[in-house]
Structures are given as structure tokens and as C-alpha cells.
Write a protein that binds this ligand. Structure first.
Ligand SMILES: [Zn+2]
Length: 93
């Protein structure tokens, strides 16, 4: 419990240092401080709902909802690229 609280405080602090930056979908740390894991959606198009650390710690099945959530936010583009992204994720991309 204590660790969780410190983690939350750390995230709030990091977010305050990176106003306007979006964050990793799992650990919620801004992209300014974590390396994003890029997954190919299409030719010349990559998406990155997760940082390298979270990506490497999660199983493929655990990663998938983060990609689906991102595709949901992409609207029509998400519908268009969703199947290719799901294929990439299932292939370990
Ligand atoms: Zn992360």
C-alpha cells in the first residue's frame, strides 16, 4: 500500500514536470521520461500505447487492451488500422 502511494506521488510529480505530454497506458509516466515501445500499424505508421518497460513486463494478452484502447481513441483510423495492429501485437510486435 505504501509503495503504491509513493508510486502515485512520483507519477504526479513527473506529470507536473512534463505538462502536455501524454503517458504510457500502463504505468502512466509521461513519454518525456520513458522510452516508448513502437508497434508498426502500417507502412510508415507506428503506435505506442506502452513504454519499453511495461511492454516487456506484460504478456501479449495483457498488452492487447492497451492497443485496443488507443485504437478506440483514434476513431476512424483506429477502425482502419485496428486489425493490423492486433496482428502485430499477437506476433509479438
Ligand atoms: Zn509504462
Amino acid at each position: 500500500m505504501k509503495i503504491k502511494l509513493w508510486k502515485k506521488i512520483k507519477i504526479i510529480w513527473l506529470k507536473s514536470l512534463a505538462p502536455g505530454w501524454s503517458t504510457c497506458g500502463h504505468c502512466d509516466i509521461p513519454w518525456k521520461f520513458v522510452k516508448r515501445h513502437e508497434t508498426k500499424c502500417a507502412k510508415n505508421l507506428w503506435c505506442f500505447p506502452l513504454c519499453e518497460k511495461c511492454w516487456s513486463e506484460l504478456t501479449i494478452i495483457q498488452r492487447l487492451p492497451h492497443y485496443q484502447e488507443l485504437m478506440g481513441r483514434w476513431g476512424d483510423s483506429g477502425v482502419k488500422y485496428g486489425p493490423a495492429v492486433t496482428r502485430s501485437v499477437l506476433n509479438g510486435g
